[in-house]
Design a protein around this ligand. Structure first.
Ligand code: BLA
Length: 242
């Protein structure tokens, strides 16, 4: 379902950057579930280059049951740009959830104006992908912009409209990155570093995928995947004292 998206992302990134592999901790790069229970594989890729500190994407293939593409681009700490967040999920034919945003590191008006206002025109061209859905796990006012794509849709729309929107959002994001001037002030750089770290902590604690990872791949693997790969700067909360 989302393989063409993954291929497009890979092609565009490789066209613009000289990406180097960024190591994925042992055992987390590829994993298969117990095929007798619910067959699924999860595979991840991770890269870096001078402009991008961490580019990661993950594909879950559970055949007809679920197809998921999740990706986050973290720019270098020298750029205060939003992160690019992508979460495309299909469960059977019936449930297709697509989310994509320039995820702001800060919520100050001037920052939002600078980095998310350019998205508005694009956003407004995809009314069918902006359904004003309510978020249950996340707070829409933290690390999300007003111009995200957030929709429940059908497989046909995924292959057409969502794919178009994905390409355009990615293109605009890479354009913003091209135009960005690196920060030189060490306090400003430190602030970006902290904000990216806070994003990891926030996301690890709220990720609605945790249950899905546990169901397919087991509790221990799921915890490692969340805290050692997806959101490696997050510190696990102590959830039980024995
Ligand atoms: C929702 N994302 C979800 C859900 C799952 C995932 C299982 C719940 C779907 C449901 O409602 O049944 C899946 N999340 C994943 C996977 C990974 C992950 C597979 O991190 C990692 C491999 N989520 C993101 C990013 C964005 C994002 C980068 O990881 C930003 C675009 C958004 N996901 C997002 C939102 C929801 C969601 C807004 C809806 C949750 C809500 O209602 O609060």
């Amino acid at each position: 379902m989302y393989k063409p998206f993954l291929e497009h992302l890979e092609t565009e990134l490789n066209r613009r950057f000289s990406l180097q592999r960024r190591p994925i901790p042992e055992g987390l790069e590829l994993r298969a579930s117990n095929p007798e229970r619910h067959p699924a594989t999860i595979q991840s890729w991770c890269y870096q280059c001078p402009e991008l500190r961490k580019v990661r994407y993950t594909y879950i293939d559970a055949g007809e049951t679920s197809q998921i593409l999740n990706s986050v681009i973290y720019p270098s700490h020298h750029y205060d740009l939003p992160l690019l967040g992508v979460d495309f999920l299909s469960f059977g034919k019936a449930k297709n959830l697509v989310v994509m945003d320039f995820q702001p590191l800060f919520q100050e008006a001037a920052y939002l104006e600078k980095y998310t206002a350019p998205l508005k025109a694009l956003h407004d061209r995809y009314p069918d992908l902006n359904q004003g859905l309510e978020m249950k796990s996340y707070d829409a006012n933290q690390y999300f912009s007003k111009y995200l794509l957030f929709a429940k849709t059908d497989p046909k729309t995924v292959q057409t409209l969502v794919f178009e929107a994905f390409k355009e959002y990615l293109q605009l994001y890479l354009q913003l990155l091209d135009d960005a001037k690196p920060l030189s002030n060490s306090i400003a750089i430190q602030r970006v570093r902290q904000a990216q770290k806070d994003y990891d902590q926030y996301s690890a604690e709220r990720d609605p995928a945790a249950g899905l990872f546990k169901g397919y791949f087991g509790h221990d693997w799921a915890e490692r995947f969340l805290y050692e790969f997806l959101f490696e700067e997050a510190i696990p909360l102590v959830t039980s004292v024995r």
